[in-house]
Design a protein around this ligand. Structure first.
Ligand code: AMP
Length: 553
């Protein structure tokens, strides 16, 4: 008898079309051609508006202009740019032509930006006029960059030492018809570098296929839940992991995009949200902190905003509650990383959860959420053995999937372990499949061999009304090796004391999770992508407890 797997496979008879990012823009232009993209201009903060149809026309002009400058398929074209229409054109014009768009994070140290441009071997770099000074510093150290292009028109060209081309002049030369080339879907289309707090940043090289699949999966109802009726504002910068894919997923559904340029303060964001009727916005917690502070102080309300997507670092439950209870805005928690294009999980209600009490639902909705289709995950112990999904066991989080990195750009060795990518995060996964990040593996506090989640400790502090920001770090301890130390920035006018903070923990966590000490500071340092720079805090405070104990003797 033959087994079911024997025999000749029957080849399917459906069209075999490559998954290309240009097809996303083509779809938006053809089927939602009149839908707007509104941007705050970098040059003067005024609003620019045009449509997906205009966007495709100009992206094609850019593709032709780059070809005229000698950019070939596979070559890298860097961008140093805020979220505006011209950056969207770079996303599609560069990748659509077969070259690779390389989004450079201008908030990194100058040496890191220099390293990144050289490592990527960018042939051309396009930049917003605000980065003219940075370009003048970088240009002498980046000899392989053949052209620097200022993303503006002739009237606002910056005065610079470096010879630069004018973006609008280049586009103005191109009026011939253009068809997007049919590329191999596995060819590279985009490049982003990790922000790397230690060592050199490393590049994640995305494919057309991975970006299209990421856009399709993330747009789904239990992903970002996008539709043509949405007005989407990606506050997360387009130089940080593809602005969480929104330039692609937003186009894929034909939504209106609202791009805030460089005005990321609470007042400017709020004004733009209201005037353009934004319904969905995405960003890191620090951005929402500034927005909520503004709205609170102004005594304002959100008249159209329905949902915010929060990721990049843990969404503090106090922020989620404030959005929800005070302003009726759903704050959705998501998790991902540069190496994952970036989305891995989004936290939404499942049917199982919907049947539970409101309190149980809220508890689960604080977690980082469910894996999207296309991503698989597991937690493992030190020996690489899988840990149970019981919501209690925590271990190293490993992932694999359709838009997860296989190897870093210009690195030969594989970062994978048994075919899985170790994220460097520590997490629990509960029986319903909801994942919760408890720490970066290097930030976890190891007290007498037991692990304390620094994120849990921080979330409690942030819930105190006098606390603006909190960071929990591992400080050296004579008896327990490490103990939690809490670093706090008070809100303006906040008077909370050390003892009051410590009392605030009582009954909220196990006694041994309560920090040993509290240090008040004016400011907590952040990385270029808005995360707390714990390395710097550890450098400053690692011996704090030991020194205090010695001084007390
Ligand atoms: P990046 O590649 O710069 O986006 O950084 C990715 C890292 O940010 C992850 O590995 C996490 O450590 C952290 N991260 C991202 N989203 C979250 C989240 N929702 N909660 C906690 N940490 C997060």
């Amino acid at each position: 008898m033959s087994t079911p797997s024997a025999g000749t496979p029957l080849v399917g008879q459906m069209m075999d079309m490559p998954l290309l990012v240009s097809s996303i823009l083509q779809h938006a232009a053809r089927h939602f051609g009149g839908t707007e993209i509104v941007s705050r201009r970098v040059e003067d903060n005024t609003l620019h508006r045009y449509t997906w149809l205009d966007c495709e026309r100009r992206s094609k002009q850019l593709a032709q202009a780059l070809a005229r400058l000698g950019v070939e398929r596979g070559q890298r074209v860097g961008t140093l740019a805020w979220n505006t229409f011209r950056h969207i054109e770079a996303y599609y014009g560069v990748s659509g032509s077969g070259a690779v768009v390389h989004m450079i994070n201008p908030r990194l140290f100058c040496e890191q930006v220099n390293f990144i441009i050289n490592d990527a071997e960018d042939r051309v770099v396009m930049f917003d006029v605000t980065f003219a000074g940075l370009v003048d510093t970088l240009a002498p150290q980046c000899p392989q960059v053949r052209h620097w292009i200022a993303m503006t028109d002739r009237s606002t060209m910056p005065e610079m030492k470096t010879p630069v081309l004018c973006y609008e002049d280049l586009l103005g030369f191109e009026d011939a018809p253009y068809e997007w080339p049919e590329l191999d879907e596995r060819s590279a289309c985009g490049l982003c570098y990790t922000s790397g707090t230690t060592g050199h940043p490393k590049g994640a090289l995305y494919t057309h296929r991975s970006n299209v699949l990421h856009a399709m999966a993330s747009a789904m109802p239990d992903g970002l839940g996008l539709s043509a009726l949405n007005v989407i504002m990606p506050v997360v910068p387009m130089f940080h992991v593809n602005a969480w894919g929104i330039p692609y997923s937003g186009a894929l559904v034909g939504a209106k995009l609202v791009l805030p340029g460089r005005a990321l303060d609470g007042a400017s964001l709020y004004e733009l949200m209201e005037t353009e009727k934004v319904t969905f916005a995405a960003g890191v917690p620090t951005v929402w902190l500034a927005l909520l502070n503004h709205v609170e102080q102004a005594g304002a309300r959100f008249s159209t905003l329905e949902r915010t997507l929060v990721g990049g670092s843990a969404l503090p439950p106090a922020m989620q509650t404030m959005f929800q209870d005070k302003y009726g805005v759903q704050a959705i928690h998501a998790w991902g990383m540069t190496e994952m294009s970036p989305l891995g999980t989004v936290c939404k209600l499942s049917a199982t959860l919907a049947a539970r009490t409101l309190e149980e639902q809220q508890h689960s909705l604080r977690k980082q959420g469910h894996a999207l289709f296309g991503v698989d995950m597991k937690i493992v112990d030190d020996k690489g053995e899988s840990l149970p999904w019981d919501g209690v066991a925590f271990g190293d989080l490993h992932v694999r999937g359709l838009w997860v990195i296989d190897r870093y750009f210009n690195h030969d060795e594989s970062p994978l372990k048994d075919g899985w990518f170790p994220t460097g995060d520590v997490a629990t996964i509960d029986a319903d499949g909801y994942m919760q990040i408890t720490d970066r593996s290097k930030d976890v506090v190891k007290s007498g061999g037991e692990w304390i989640s620094s994120i849990d400790v921080e979330n409690i502090a942030i819930a105190h009304p006098d606390v603006a920001e909190a960071a929990c770090i591992a400080a050296r301890h004579a008896k327990w090796a490490e103990r939690p130390l809490l670093v706090i920035v008070r809100k303006p006018g906040g008077k909370v004391t050390r003892d009051e903070i410590l009392r605030f923990y009582e009954g909220k966590v196990a006694k041994w999770w309560i920090p040993d000490e509290v240090v008040f500071v004016e400011e907590i340092p952040h990385t270029a992508t808005g995360k707390v720079l714990k390395l710097k805090l550890r450098d400053r405070f690692a011996d704090y407890l030991v020194e205090h104990a010695a001084a007390a003797q």
